[in-house]
Design a protein around this ligand. Sequence first.
Ligand SMILES: Cc1ncc(COP(=O)(O)O)c(C=O)c1O
Length: 396
Amino acid sequence: MNDLAIHGGRPVRDTLLPYGHQSIDEEDIQAVVKVLRSDWITTGPTVGEFEEAFAGYVGARHAVSFSSGTAALHGAAFAAGLEPAAEAITTPLTFCATANCVVYQGATPVFADVCTDTLNIDPQEVARRITTNTRAILPVDYAGHPADLDPILDLADRHNLVVIEDASHALGADYKGRRVGSISHMTVFSFHPVKHVTTGEGGMVTTDRPELAARLRLFRNHGINSDARQSQTAGQWYYEMVALGYNYRLTDIASALGLAQLRKLETNLVRRRQIARLYEATFSEMPGVIHPPERPEVTSAWHLYPIRLDLPALRFCRAEVFAALRAENIGVNVHYIPVHQHPFYRERFGYKGGEYPRAEAAYDSLISLPMFHGMTGRDVQDVIDSIDKVIGYCRR
Ligand SMILES: Cc1ncc(COP(=O)(O)O)c(C=O)c1O
């Protein structure tokens, strides 16, 4: 009997395999070094080049970069006109930044429960939550699987709302043949190291609407209506601050990395899909484990690979399975603690738990397995062997 590592047996791996990891090659390094040797290291020409290339890739008219995905969400909340008294509807099953950007603007996030298959926001639940104060809907493309955007955009049309899609997980995903980034009124991306493209920290908002792009640019630059490079080039000193903004600018250093990374995105997406297929082929035959779905009308970007445990079929709860997998040196994670269950949201908005039964039930059974394009065949097999070992032991 192959003892579980948590019981003193030999772990499947000798070193920890993280759940996500960046890949940086020599081309990335040289691109950054080139900018370091140039005149502009903060917001200069490379930012513009990165924005243009990014807009071209997703098929949007405008791309506005930010210093993080969170800053990009904040910019989008500002551009959408969220202010005190406004409500914005989002999913509880996301990273807290999606809801926080609404709070930053003094507005109120309202949660709508998720679909039981994709764990994306359920458009019917969104419809139930719309009031006269609703101004925006923030769907999240959970794990890289696009939310059901058409019914959400229909609701937005009917109620005059802005759709801010949080596509932090979904760079390169498609929905009904359209690329994520070209569908919603604004789409937000993150370039955190575990994402498909990294700039260290960084983010982007894409939009087809010039007035939204202008508000985004204003917001990331203190609310000032010109940028330093424009002024310097034009030999001008005068500028006006016309709204309260922030310094949320991305640097040329980061943008050089982003540009070099973007060139490898398609290859990396292919690798992520391969890994997802290998996992799916195994887990669809393994009682006790439910693999994430991919609806026929979408192509997921496979940022995460969140399996669900079939808890009635197992003798142990998620925390125990999680600890056993960690002991095998598999760097599992959990995405996400539903946002309304965090102490800040409980205290500020009075949530008690039980309000969003589908998201809460999903949370109890979720475990994210390692998923990143740099994983080797050996890494993938180690994950499969560990799940087989641990779930085999846990099955009733
Ligand atoms: C769904 C979601 N939204 C927003 C963010 C925030 O992005 P960043 O870390 O770039 O600020 C993340 C990052 O992990 C995320 O996963």
